[in-house]
Design a protein around this ligand. Structure first.
Ligand code: NAD
Ligand code: IPM
Ligand code: MN
Length: 350
């Protein structure tokens, strides 16, 4: 039977609460299949940093790298916590993993599930996929500040876009569009960010010539936020840079009925390094420890993980169980573990 080595990073805040449910569903869906998951838990995040002073050691990174895939809850403390001022868990841990493991395609699918209370009155048939570039843009840390703390301070944060990096994620997005509804929208801000904008646009046009069946479209990011709210059903695949993709996918989570439903996969398509699956949301310190977080995003991230590993039947079973659970939601409050239990109970029933 097939053995999969899975690194699990529960993280901070609601991370451990939602990951407990995700692991519960993963165990249940693989119980009778011929694949078994051998999980190693890594205690990483703000909690670990406050205890030991370590964010992510080289040994941690080596150990994680030796796994087939990673499941992560959320990391980061309460914004503004002075004890974390000099640490930066997000950069030193989450982004370090995405960059070191070359997660250049960050997949963030959005569906408005039947029966879900979307804040949009008539969302229509919403099923789109944001392919967010994951290793470049303003996230690379190419910046600095001078005269810090003075009225003359100048801080810069330079967005880095390489021809190599843009082309590989654009190609990946065309491949995804080809397996879906054959529509790809580039979102950027080419009217103002003209240097990187031209590179993205030129790359789109060049790769589009190889995919005559894929209809291409372009939107400035500000206009894209309008259409995501007024007509989200128009989108199939969206390809965009690291920062625009971050912002658009919280919006996408909100229109899908809540950020607690939004799943993601940080993919290394070459298979050189393990890909990492995580909910789009953060550690939610405002609701942590209360068993009120929605674990659905973490559970749907398990579905993305299974699909990535080629376990299509198991992935479909998880998605079906989640879809059924969402359809049956009445608005009555359930604990985090009650949602996980209900999804486990409906596995196999579909
Ligand atoms: P957040 O996503 O943690 O929370 C935003 C809002 O959404 C909060 O009101 C929260 O209660 C709610 N929310 C989030 N997940 C939910 C869920 N599963 N069910 C119900 N409600 C949910 O964003 P934030 O407050 O900006 O960030 C908190 C911390 O998390 C920060 O340290 C931030 O850097 C970090 N963060 C980490 C990740 C990650 O690890 N992938 C992602 C985003 C933010
Ligand atoms: C996300 C988060 C991260 C990001 C932060 C915590 C570094 O917001 O995964 O969406 O900006 O990518
Ligand atoms: Mn985000």
């Amino acid at each position: 039977s097939r053995q999969v080595k899975l690194a699990v990073i529960p993280g901070d805040g609601i991370g451990p609460e939602v990951i407990a449910e995700a692991v519960k569903v993963l165990s249940a869906v693989t119980r009778e299949s011929d694949v078994s998951f051998d999980t190693t838990e890594f205690s990483l995040g703000a909690t670990r940093y406050l205890e030991t002073g370590d964010v992510l050691t080289d040994d941690d990174l080596d150990a994680i790298r030796s796994h087939d895939a990673i499941l992560l809850g959320a990391v980061g403390g309460t914004p503004g916590d002075p004890r974390l001022a000099s640490a930066n868990i997000e950069r030193g841990l989450l982004l370090k993993l995405r960059f070191s493991l070359d997660h250049y395609a960050n997949l963030r699918p959005t569906r408005v599930y039947p029966g879900v209370p979307s804040p949009l009155a008539n969302p229509g048939d919403v099923d789109f996929l944001v392919v967010r570039e994951g290793t470049e843009g303003p996230y690379v840390g190419n910046g600095g500040t001078i005269r810090q703390g003075t009225p003359q301070e100048i801080a810069s944060e330079v967005s880095v876009n390489t021809a190599y990096g843009v082309e590989r994620v654009v190609r990946f997005a065309f491949e995804k569009a080809s397996t879906r509804r054959n529509k790809l929208t580039l979102v950027h801000k080419t009217n103002v960010l003209t240097f990187s904008g031209k590179l993205w646009k030129r790359t789109m046009d060049a790769v589009a010539a190889e995919y005559p069946d894929v209809a291409v479209d372009y939107l400035h990011v500000d206009a894209a936020t309008i259409f995501l709210v007024t007509d989200p059903a128009r989108f199939d695949v969206i390809v965009t840079d690291n920062l625009f993709g971050d912002i658009l996918t919280d919006l996408a989570g909100a229109i899908s009925g809540g950020i607690g439903l939004a799943a993601s996969g940080n993919i290394n398509p070459d298979g050189t390094f393990p890909s990492m699956f995580e909910p789009v949301h953060g550690s939610a310190p405002d609701i942590a420890g209360q068993q009120v977080a929605d674990p659905t995003a973490a559970i749907l991230s398990v579905a993305l993980l299974l699909e990535h590993l080629g376990l299509a039947a198991e992935a479909a079973a998880v998605t079906a169980a989640v879809t059924a659970d969402i359809a049956a939601r009445t608005g009555e409050k359930r604990s985090t573990s009650a949602v996980g239990d209900a999804i486990v109970a409906s596995l196999g029933a579909h």
